[in-house]
Design a protein around this ligand. Structure first.
Ligand code: F3S
Length: 64
């Protein structure tokens, strides 16, 4: 699974990071770093929770 990061939508809410700081990395201003995120199987639960917590829908789940 991976997470498609839509940087243009990120408003710096940091809810993703607060759910899973090892998966969602923020820059110094609190915005998600660019680049899609590959998620190991053992981290999927946390990654899903973090991605779904984004109120801007900046984190799209891709299971392909
Ligand atoms: Fe940005 Fe959403 Fe996370 S607005 S910092 S991707 S919770």
């Amino acid at each position: 699974m991976h997470i498609i990061v839509r940087n243009a939508k990120c408003q710096g809410h940091a809810r993703c990071w607060s759910q899973a700081p090892d998966i969602f990395k923020l820059d110094e201003d609190g915005y998600i770093l660019p680049g899609n995120i590959n998620v190991a199987e053992r981290d999927e639960f946390l990654a899903l929770r973090g991605a779904r917590s984004c109120p801007e829908r900046a984190l799209e789940i891709d299971r392909s």
